[in-house]
Design a protein around this ligand. Sequence first.
Ligand code: NAD
Length: 258
Amino acid sequence: MISINLHNRFIFITGGLGAIAESILRRLLEAGATLVITDLLPVDEAERRLEGYNLPSRNWRYLRCDVTDLTSIATAVGESFTLHPELDCFVGLAGGCALHPFASTSPTEYRRIFDYNYYGHVDVARSITQHWTERSIAGHAVFTTSLVGSLPWVDLSAYAPAKAAIEMFAKCLALEFATQGIRFNCIAPGHVATGSSLKVYDEDQGYRSLVDRAIPLKRLIRPESIADAFLWLISSLAQDVNGQIIKVDCGASIPKVG
Ligand SMILES: NC(=O)c1ccc[n+]([C@@H]2O[C@H](COP(=O)([O-])OP(=O)(O)OC[C@H]3O[C@@H](n4cnc5c(N)ncnc54)[C@H](O)[C@@H]3O)[C@@H](O)[C@H]2O)c1
Protein backbone atom coordinates (compact mmCIF):
# COMPACT_ATOMS: atom_id res chain seq x y z
CA MET A 1 0.00 0.00 0.00
CA ILE A 2 1.30 3.47 -0.88
CA SER A 3 0.68 6.27 1.59
CA ILE A 4 1.65 9.92 1.34
CA ASN A 5 3.15 11.30 4.51
CA LEU A 6 3.70 15.05 4.81
CA HIS A 7 4.50 15.10 8.54
CA ASN A 8 7.84 16.74 7.76
CA ARG A 9 6.37 19.44 5.48
CA PHE A 10 5.78 23.03 6.67
CA ILE A 11 3.85 24.91 4.02
CA PHE A 12 3.21 28.64 3.51
CA ILE A 13 0.03 29.19 1.46
CA THR A 14 -1.22 32.44 -0.10
CA GLY A 15 -4.88 32.94 -1.04
CA GLY A 16 -5.73 30.18 1.43
CA LEU A 17 -9.36 31.20 1.84
CA GLY A 18 -10.21 30.95 -1.86
CA ALA A 19 -12.57 28.54 -3.58
CA ILE A 20 -9.99 25.94 -4.65
CA ALA A 21 -8.00 26.27 -1.43
CA GLU A 22 -10.46 24.46 0.84
CA SER A 23 -9.89 21.08 -0.84
CA ILE A 24 -6.15 21.64 -0.87
CA LEU A 25 -6.00 22.52 2.84
CA ARG A 26 -8.04 19.42 3.65
CA ARG A 27 -5.79 17.12 1.59
CA LEU A 28 -2.51 18.53 2.95
CA LEU A 29 -3.72 18.32 6.55
CA GLU A 30 -5.00 14.75 5.99
CA ALA A 31 -1.46 13.86 4.94
CA GLY A 32 -0.02 15.38 8.14
CA ALA A 33 1.41 18.67 6.84
CA THR A 34 1.72 21.80 9.00
CA LEU A 35 0.25 24.86 7.31
CA VAL A 36 0.59 28.62 7.54
CA ILE A 37 -2.55 29.76 5.75
CA THR A 38 -2.60 33.37 4.59
CA ASP A 39 -5.14 35.60 2.87
CA LEU A 40 -6.58 39.12 3.10
CA LEU A 41 -9.10 38.65 5.94
CA PRO A 42 -8.18 39.70 9.47
CA VAL A 43 -7.17 36.82 11.76
CA ASP A 44 -10.39 36.46 13.79
CA GLU A 45 -12.65 36.44 10.73
CA ALA A 46 -10.39 34.05 8.84
CA GLU A 47 -10.14 31.66 11.79
CA ARG A 48 -13.93 31.57 12.06
CA ARG A 49 -14.15 30.68 8.37
CA LEU A 50 -11.45 28.01 8.64
CA GLU A 51 -13.01 26.48 11.78
CA GLY A 52 -16.23 26.17 9.75
CA TYR A 53 -14.45 23.99 7.18
CA ASN A 54 -14.06 21.22 9.81
CA LEU A 55 -10.53 20.53 8.63
CA PRO A 56 -9.02 17.15 9.59
CA SER A 57 -6.49 18.64 12.03
CA ARG A 58 -5.73 21.92 13.84
CA ASN A 59 -2.20 21.79 12.49
CA TRP A 60 -2.50 25.24 10.96
CA ARG A 61 -2.02 28.89 11.79
CA TYR A 62 -3.62 31.77 9.94
CA LEU A 63 -1.71 34.99 9.19
CA ARG A 64 -2.88 37.95 7.14
CA CYS A 65 -0.81 38.49 3.98
CA ASP A 66 -1.58 40.82 1.08
CA VAL A 67 0.53 39.54 -1.82
CA THR A 68 0.47 42.98 -3.46
CA ASP A 69 2.13 44.66 -0.45
CA LEU A 70 5.84 44.05 0.16
CA THR A 71 5.64 44.99 3.84
CA SER A 72 2.73 42.62 4.42
CA ILE A 73 4.64 39.82 2.65
CA ALA A 74 7.84 40.40 4.65
CA THR A 75 5.89 40.43 7.93
CA ALA A 76 3.91 37.25 7.20
CA VAL A 77 6.88 35.34 5.81
CA GLY A 78 9.13 36.46 8.69
CA GLU A 79 6.53 35.43 11.27
CA SER A 80 6.06 32.08 9.52
CA PHE A 81 9.78 31.27 9.77
CA THR A 82 9.74 32.28 13.43
CA LEU A 83 6.87 29.85 14.01
CA HIS A 84 8.39 27.14 11.82
CA PRO A 85 12.14 27.64 11.13
CA GLU A 86 12.02 24.48 8.99
CA LEU A 87 9.33 25.89 6.63
CA ASP A 88 10.18 24.24 3.32
CA CYS A 89 7.27 24.69 0.95
CA PHE A 90 5.41 27.61 -0.60
CA VAL A 91 2.05 27.16 -2.32
CA GLY A 92 0.94 30.26 -4.22
CA LEU A 93 -2.82 30.25 -4.70
CA ALA A 94 -3.68 33.96 -4.56
CA GLY A 95 -4.79 34.95 -8.03
CA GLY A 96 -7.74 35.08 -10.38
CA CYS A 97 -9.93 37.71 -12.01
CA ALA A 98 -13.23 38.29 -13.76
CA LEU A 99 -13.49 38.55 -17.55
CA HIS A 100 -12.05 41.89 -18.71
CA PRO A 101 -12.39 42.75 -22.41
CA PHE A 102 -9.30 44.69 -23.54
CA ALA A 103 -11.23 47.62 -25.03
CA SER A 104 -13.28 48.33 -21.93
CA THR A 105 -10.69 47.66 -19.23
CA SER A 106 -8.89 50.75 -17.97
CA PRO A 107 -5.08 50.73 -18.09
CA THR A 108 -5.04 50.91 -14.29
CA GLU A 109 -7.30 47.88 -13.87
CA TYR A 110 -5.42 45.98 -16.58
CA ARG A 111 -2.11 46.58 -14.81
CA ARG A 112 -3.65 45.67 -11.43
CA ILE A 113 -4.81 42.29 -12.76
CA PHE A 114 -1.39 41.53 -14.22
CA ASP A 115 0.49 42.71 -11.14
CA TYR A 116 -1.67 40.76 -8.70
CA ASN A 117 -1.49 37.55 -10.75
CA TYR A 118 2.24 37.77 -11.56
CA TYR A 119 4.03 39.78 -8.87
CA GLY A 120 1.74 38.28 -6.22
CA HIS A 121 3.74 35.07 -6.76
CA VAL A 122 7.10 36.67 -7.58
CA ASP A 123 7.33 38.90 -4.51
CA VAL A 124 6.40 36.12 -2.10
CA ALA A 125 8.90 33.81 -3.83
CA ARG A 126 11.63 36.44 -3.38
CA SER A 127 10.94 36.76 0.33
CA ILE A 128 10.77 33.00 0.92
CA THR A 129 13.83 32.10 -1.16
CA GLN A 130 15.87 34.64 0.82
CA HIS A 131 14.98 32.73 4.00
CA TRP A 132 15.70 29.38 2.31
CA THR A 133 19.10 30.58 1.13
CA GLU A 134 20.05 32.00 4.55
CA ARG A 135 18.92 28.81 6.29
CA SER A 136 20.21 26.34 3.65
CA ILE A 137 16.73 24.89 3.17
CA ALA A 138 16.16 22.96 -0.06
CA GLY A 139 12.63 24.30 -0.38
CA HIS A 140 9.94 23.78 -3.00
CA ALA A 141 7.69 26.51 -4.44
CA VAL A 142 4.50 25.53 -6.24
CA PHE A 143 2.72 28.29 -8.15
CA THR A 144 -0.88 28.03 -9.34
CA THR A 145 -1.15 29.02 -12.97
CA SER A 146 -3.98 28.14 -15.34
CA LEU A 147 -5.02 26.44 -18.52
CA VAL A 148 -5.06 29.93 -20.04
CA GLY A 149 -1.35 30.35 -19.32
CA SER A 150 -0.77 28.22 -22.43
CA LEU A 151 -4.13 28.45 -24.23
CA PRO A 152 -5.41 31.88 -25.32
CA TRP A 153 -8.87 32.71 -23.97
CA VAL A 154 -11.18 35.57 -24.86
CA ASP A 155 -11.46 38.51 -22.43
CA LEU A 156 -8.53 37.38 -20.27
CA SER A 157 -5.67 39.22 -21.98
CA ALA A 158 -4.12 40.54 -18.73
CA TYR A 159 -4.67 37.40 -16.63
CA ALA A 160 -3.51 34.83 -19.21
CA PRO A 161 -0.13 36.54 -19.90
CA ALA A 162 0.42 36.85 -16.14
CA LYS A 163 -0.07 33.08 -15.77
CA ALA A 164 2.20 32.41 -18.77
CA ALA A 165 4.82 34.66 -17.17
CA ILE A 166 4.70 32.74 -13.89
CA GLU A 167 5.32 29.49 -15.77
CA MET A 168 8.44 30.94 -17.41
CA PHE A 169 9.48 32.52 -14.09
CA ALA A 170 9.25 29.09 -12.40
CA LYS A 171 11.45 27.51 -15.07
CA CYS A 172 14.04 30.31 -14.83
CA LEU A 173 14.19 30.06 -11.03
CA ALA A 174 14.36 26.25 -11.22
CA LEU A 175 17.64 26.72 -13.13
CA GLU A 176 18.88 29.60 -10.97
CA PHE A 177 18.33 27.83 -7.62
CA ALA A 178 19.14 24.27 -8.66
CA THR A 179 22.58 24.30 -7.00
CA GLN A 180 20.82 24.96 -3.67
CA GLY A 181 18.37 22.11 -4.28
CA ILE A 182 15.45 24.57 -4.31
CA ARG A 183 12.69 23.55 -6.77
CA PHE A 184 9.93 25.44 -8.56
CA ASN A 185 6.89 23.91 -10.22
CA CYS A 186 3.43 25.00 -11.35
CA ILE A 187 0.02 23.42 -11.29
CA ALA A 188 -2.19 24.66 -14.12
CA PRO A 189 -5.86 23.94 -13.45
CA GLY A 190 -8.48 24.06 -16.16
CA HIS A 191 -12.04 25.15 -15.34
CA VAL A 192 -12.66 24.07 -11.76
CA ALA A 193 -16.13 23.25 -10.43
CA THR A 194 -16.06 25.68 -7.54
CA GLY A 195 -16.40 29.36 -6.64
CA SER A 196 -16.97 31.95 -9.32
CA SER A 197 -16.05 29.60 -12.22
CA LEU A 198 -18.85 27.23 -11.23
CA LYS A 199 -21.31 30.11 -10.79
CA VAL A 200 -20.56 31.52 -14.25
CA TYR A 201 -20.69 28.01 -15.75
CA ASP A 202 -24.09 27.40 -14.15
CA GLU A 203 -25.55 30.79 -15.03
CA ASP A 204 -24.02 31.86 -18.35
CA GLN A 205 -25.09 29.67 -21.27
CA GLY A 206 -22.46 31.25 -23.59
CA TYR A 207 -19.59 30.49 -21.20
CA ARG A 208 -20.97 27.02 -20.57
CA SER A 209 -21.06 26.07 -24.23
CA LEU A 210 -17.54 27.51 -24.76
CA VAL A 211 -16.21 25.47 -21.83
CA ASP A 212 -18.04 22.34 -22.97
CA ARG A 213 -16.50 22.67 -26.42
CA ALA A 214 -13.03 23.23 -24.94
CA ILE A 215 -12.99 20.25 -22.56
CA PRO A 216 -12.59 16.83 -24.20
CA LEU A 217 -13.93 15.02 -21.09
CA LYS A 218 -16.96 17.36 -21.09
CA ARG A 219 -16.90 18.15 -17.40
CA LEU A 220 -15.45 20.74 -15.05
CA ILE A 221 -12.50 19.67 -12.94
CA ARG A 222 -13.29 18.57 -9.40
CA PRO A 223 -11.45 20.73 -6.84
CA GLU A 224 -10.38 17.47 -5.18
CA SER A 225 -8.41 16.60 -8.34
CA ILE A 226 -6.49 19.85 -8.05
CA ALA A 227 -5.86 19.08 -4.38
CA ASP A 228 -4.55 15.61 -5.26
CA ALA A 229 -2.12 17.13 -7.77
CA PHE A 230 -0.75 19.44 -5.04
CA LEU A 231 -0.53 16.51 -2.64
CA TRP A 232 1.51 14.44 -5.09
CA LEU A 233 3.73 17.31 -6.22
CA ILE A 234 4.58 18.33 -2.64
CA SER A 235 5.21 14.74 -1.55
CA SER A 236 8.46 12.80 -1.87
CA LEU A 237 6.85 10.90 -4.78
CA ALA A 238 7.60 13.98 -6.90
CA GLN A 239 10.99 14.90 -5.45
CA ASP A 240 12.68 14.75 -8.86
CA VAL A 241 10.13 17.01 -10.56
CA ASN A 242 11.54 20.50 -11.17
CA GLY A 243 10.63 23.38 -13.49
CA GLN A 244 7.46 21.67 -14.71
CA ILE A 245 3.88 22.67 -15.41
CA ILE A 246 1.44 20.01 -14.20
CA LYS A 247 -1.83 20.42 -16.10
CA VAL A 248 -5.06 19.23 -14.49
CA ASP A 249 -7.66 20.22 -17.05
CA CYS A 250 -9.63 17.18 -18.30
CA GLY A 251 -7.63 17.47 -21.54
CA ALA A 252 -8.61 21.06 -22.37
CA SER A 253 -5.00 22.01 -23.22
CA ILE A 254 -4.56 19.26 -25.83
CA PRO A 255 -3.93 21.02 -29.17
CA LYS A 256 -6.85 20.19 -31.46
CA VAL A 257 -8.24 21.10 -34.82
CA GLY A 258 -11.88 22.15 -35.13
N1 NAD B 1 -11.27 28.56 -10.25
C1 NAD B 1 -10.76 28.15 -11.41
O1 NAD B 1 -11.46 27.57 -12.25
C2 NAD B 1 -9.30 28.33 -11.71
C3 NAD B 1 -8.80 27.85 -12.92
C4 NAD B 1 -7.44 28.00 -13.20
C5 NAD B 1 -6.61 28.62 -12.29
N2 NAD B 1 -7.12 29.10 -11.12
C6 NAD B 1 -6.19 29.73 -10.20
O2 NAD B 1 -6.27 29.07 -8.96
C7 NAD B 1 -6.02 29.99 -7.90
C8 NAD B 1 -7.19 29.95 -6.91
O3 NAD B 1 -8.38 30.22 -7.64
P1 NAD B 1 -9.79 30.34 -6.92
O4 NAD B 1 -10.82 30.10 -7.95
O5 NAD B 1 -9.78 29.53 -5.68
O6 NAD B 1 -9.77 31.90 -6.60
P2 NAD B 1 -10.57 32.72 -5.47
O7 NAD B 1 -10.80 34.08 -6.04
O8 NAD B 1 -11.71 31.94 -4.97
O9 NAD B 1 -9.49 32.81 -4.32
C9 NAD B 1 -8.43 33.71 -4.34
C10 NAD B 1 -8.10 34.04 -2.91
O10 NAD B 1 -7.06 35.02 -2.95
C11 NAD B 1 -7.39 36.03 -2.01
N3 NAD B 1 -6.79 37.31 -2.43
C12 NAD B 1 -7.29 38.24 -3.26
N4 NAD B 1 -6.45 39.29 -3.35
C13 NAD B 1 -5.39 38.98 -2.56
C14 NAD B 1 -4.20 39.66 -2.21
N5 NAD B 1 -3.92 40.88 -2.70
N6 NAD B 1 -3.34 39.06 -1.35
C15 NAD B 1 -3.61 37.83 -0.83
N7 NAD B 1 -4.72 37.13 -1.13
C16 NAD B 1 -5.60 37.71 -1.97
C17 NAD B 1 -8.89 36.12 -1.98
O11 NAD B 1 -9.32 36.71 -0.76
C18 NAD B 1 -9.29 34.66 -2.14
O12 NAD B 1 -9.43 34.03 -0.89
C19 NAD B 1 -5.82 31.35 -8.55
O13 NAD B 1 -4.44 31.58 -8.71
C20 NAD B 1 -6.49 31.18 -9.91
O14 NAD B 1 -5.94 32.05 -10.86
C21 NAD B 1 -8.45 28.98 -10.80
